[in-house]
Design a protein around this ligand. Structure first.
Ligand code: ADP
Ligand code: GN1
Ligand code: MG
Length: 338
């Protein structure tokens, strides 16, 4: 590990290193300096999920530069804590990652005195809404075609349903028989969930550069519940704004965590919905169309549904995508979301 981080930071500076956060995809470590102050985030990028690492790392650089330029233009004194900075590879400074022959690694600046919050107050949800709306507004200056697609069809509902059907047909882990009820529930709702693709095909819905993974863990707050920084830029790409609205509420408005197996605990917090929607409309009002605004409630239903489909697909495939802690984990997550 020390060998890897020394590709980005001089070894004489490096102290302790510990696993960090609870992302489902990459392996994340916090690295401290010799005084014990956390200074860097080291990540092993999951290249099974993100096979096009060059495209991915170019995208995150473009996005973080765009954020930095805006913050600096506004003269924000806290700018350094409000965007992700990726360190160049010391041996190949044109690259912001290191390939050790097998794995891909990157290092970004640790955002000091920041925290993830899984349970939000309405005020914090309002700030988060404004932050994601503003994030989309800032990224709207990136010319079309400049960002590559890091995962194809990432939030396409027909594609995710097709993946589920393929998983059912293959039954790789021999689990299809036990999930008939939840499959029937998914089937019953499928048509109504395809609205965004239908509106897009009719030329009524635009694609915009959006975050595409706005779960509540991907926003860092300061000690007063104010948003510091939108993180996890791996999936920033052109898609429908419903993703950013729906995926945040999927996590933040759930009265429990996304993998709570006790479904009695799962409910929807309207106070969080109202506060987040208010903040989002404030941050994004300059560019949203009437149709986008009208369909925000649909987005709120779509994302738990799509996530349920994705978790169930992974369960049927034998847990090849999301990190799990026990064999029924993906099934519990799917039931919770549906
Ligand atoms: P994953 O794609 O696996 O979710 P993330 O990039 O979201 O990976 O990182 C995982 C967690 O690590 C985040 O939820 C957050 O808690 C923490 N984290 C990531 N980057 C930073 C950073 N620059 N400063 C502080 N914490 C961070
Ligand atoms: C993954 O990387 P992380 O944990 O922030 C996933 C999201 C899912 C989420 C479900 C690249 O997000 O799409 O919504 O898990 N990221 C990828 O918790 O697939
Ligand atoms: Mg994350």
């Amino acid at each position: 590990m020390e060998h890897i981080i020394s590709k980005f930071v001089s070894t004489s500076e490096i102290g302790e290193m510990k696993p960090f956060g609870n992302g489902h995809i990459n392996d994340t470590y916090v690295v401290s300096d010799r005084e014990g102050t956390p200074r860097w985030i080291l990540q092993r990028v999951n290249h099974l999920v993100f096979p096009r690492i060059e495209v991915l790392q170019r995208n995150v650089a473009i996005v973080s530069d765009t954020m930095r330029e805006r913050l600096e233009a506004e003269g924000d004194p806290e700018a350094e804590r409000k965007y992700l900075y990726f360190f160049p590879n010391l041996e190949e400074p044109e690259k912001n990652y290191y390939h050790d022959g097998e794995n891909y690694w990157r290092v970004c600046r640790f955002i000091p005195e920041s925290m993830s919050m899984s349970e939000l107050t309405p005020t914090a949800a309002h700030h988060a809404g404004a932050a994601f709306g503003q994030f989309e507004e800032i990224l709207s200056v990136i010319p079309e075609g400049r960002l590559g697609e890091t995962i194809e069809n990432f939030h396409s509902m027909p594609f995710r349903l097709q993946q589920l059907r393929d998983a059912v047909a293959q039954d790789a882990a021999g689990r299809v028989a036990e999930v008939q009820d939840i499959l029937a529930e998914i089937d019953r709702r499928a048509d109504s969930m395809l609205l965004q693709e239908k509106l897009y095909a009719e030329g009524k819905l635009p694609k915009r550069t959006i975050h595409c993974d706005t779960k509540v863990d991907n926003i860092l707050f300061d000690r007063d519940g104010k948003v510091l920084c939108v993180i996890d830029l791996d999936t920033v790409m052109p898609s429908f704004i419903f993703s950013d609205f729906g995926d945040f509420l999927r996590t933040a408005a759930n009265t429990t965590r996304e993998d709570d197996p006790n479904l009695d605990n799962v409910s929807f917090r309207f106070d969080i919905f109202e506060a987040f929607a208010g903040g989002y409309l404030k941050g994004a009002h300059g560019f949203l169309t009437e149709l986008e605004i009208e369909n925000l409630p649909y987005a709120t239903a779509l994302f738990p549904y799509m996530q349920g489909v994705r978790f169930l697909t992974d369960y049927l495939n034998g847990d090849t995508y999301y990190k799990i802690t026990h064999p029924s984990h993906n099934l519990e997550r799917a039931a919770n979301q549906i």
